[in-house]
Design a protein around this ligand. Structure first.
Ligand SMILES: Nc1ncnc2c1ncn2[C@@H]1O[C@H](COP(=O)(O)OP(=O)(O)OP(=O)(O)O)[C@@H](O)[C@H]1O
Ligand SMILES: [Mg+2]
Length: 384
């Protein structure tokens, strides 16, 4: 007896799926021809009246990725592809976040149409049906992170950008909202970053100016990370109220330690006037190993500064730098050098390059994301 996990016959392999797609299109009144074996660019040619279309049939176990779609779009724009009035990209399962982001970015005049073939019908994802449905349904709730401290220059932008990277590596699409008038995030990752995932669909980090921010502009993003202005009153209050988590970066050095303690107590008081629900995490950034003796001494003062807050606020977490901290690194220090190197076309990137097979920032930020999840969960994203 076939197990219920066995795929339906029409999607069991490419050949069955291609024939199935051809039958469905034929039923809709088109003539369908199969392309020559090894024909690059398309699998079927379909004709009705004076319209000719190229169909790419994609048999996939997972979602379509953005590069797969872009390849077909490029083919349709090539001299050979120009013979077709339109192209139809038809797949088995669905379209991943970045691919959907591409599709939504194309306007109605685009030559490419995208669809999923089911047992009895083909459903377009950029057709009127989908658009209507998209307007009707409420988008799922997003999880909000703020990166905030009343002090300037301690790593808010660095932490916001790379925490986004660590969460994107986990498969979430991220919206980074730049609330700082300096607009550093927009300079550094203005065009957004695509984070490939060798085992699945890649994800995107998109950057938004705080002035233009609207949830509908990032319907496919599950997580929103706000890089705040150090003056709390300059950040939109309705965004601060939405924070589920707030990351407060600080540094651990003898001269600053008492002052930073006061800054953070002030920061927590300010946030709590507006938002009582967010989990607050103090994390040491730019950490340089001072040796065991000095470290123990500073750690004592560091924890001492926040003990009072911990006693009265059960959502305040002072992260032990021995467990998680963001180490000082040249990669983070020189993050942004690409803007100086290539000012006309700066591109967007994170300081996640491997050096000798390792990358401290990547490891540290993944550990930070993990710590937050262990202590506070990731809310609606993981159903807890
Ligand atoms: N872990 C780190 N290792 C090395 N350099 C770092 C690290 N974190 C931050 N820096 C450097 O410190 C400087 C300040 O960082 P960043 O701009 O992220 O701080 P900020 O709090 O956003 O500042 P502002 O208040 O001006 O917005 C930058 O030059 C950055 O490269
Ligand atoms: Mg900043």
């Amino acid at each position: 007896m076939p197990s219920s996990l066995e795929p339906a016959e029409f999607i069991q392999d490419f050949t069955h799926f291609e024939q199935h797609v051809a039958r469905l299109i034929h039923k809709a009144g088109w003539t369908v021809e199969t392309a020559k074996p090894n024909q690059p660019g398309y699998d079927l040619v379909i004709k009705k009246g004076n319209l000719t279309g190229a169909v790419q049939v994609k048999w996939l176990k997972g979602n379509v990725t953005a590069p797969q779609l872009l390849k077909f779009a490029d083919y349709l724009d090539s001299p050979e592809g120009k013979q077709f009035n339109f192209g139809w990209f038809i797949t088995t399962k669905g379209f991943g976040g970045p691919a959907l982001a591409l599709i939504r970015g194309w306007d109605r005049n685009t030559k490419i149409r995208c669809a999923i073939a089911y047992e009895n019908k083909i459903v377009e994802v950029n057709g009127p049906e989908e658009t209507e449905e998209t307007i009707k349904t409420d988008p799922p709730k997003k999880v909000y992170f703020g990166v905030f401290t009343c002090k300037g220059g301690v790593g808010k932008t660095t932490v916001a950008g790379h925490l986004a990277g660590a969460l994107a590596l986990q498969g979430f699409n991220i919206a980074l909202v730049d609330l700082d008038p300096e607009q550093n995030l927009q300079k550094l990752v203005g065009d957004g970053v695509f984070v490939p995932n060798p085992k699945g669909v890649g994800t995107t980090i998109q950057v938004f100016d705080g002035m233009d921010w609207h949830e509908d502009a990032a319907r496919d993003c599950q997580i929103v990370i706000c890089d705040c202005s150090p003056a709390l009153e300059r950040n939109p209050i309705e965004l601060i109220q939405k924070f589920d988590y707030c990351i407060i970066p600080t540094t651990l050095n003898p001269l600053g330690i008492n002052k930073h303690g006061k800054v953070i107590q002030g920061t927590v008081q300010e946030i709590r006037k507006i938002n009582k629900i967010a989990h607050l995490f103090v994390v040491v950034n730019n950490f340089k190993d001072p040796g065991i003796k000095r470290f123990q001494l500073m750690k004592q003062v560091y924890f001492g500064a926040y003990q009072q807050i911990s006693k009265i606020d059960d959502k305040f977490h002072c992260i032990d730098p021995e467990e998680v901290c963001i180490r000082s690194s040249d990669l983070l220090y020189y993050w942004g050098i690409h803007i100086l190197e290539n000012p006309d076309n700066p591109g967007s990137r994170l300081a996640f390059d491997l050096i000798g097979g390792r990358c401290h920032p990547r490891e540290d930020f993944i550990k930070l994301a993990d710590y937050i999840e262990t202590k506070a969960g990731l809310g609606v994203l993981r159903n807890n």
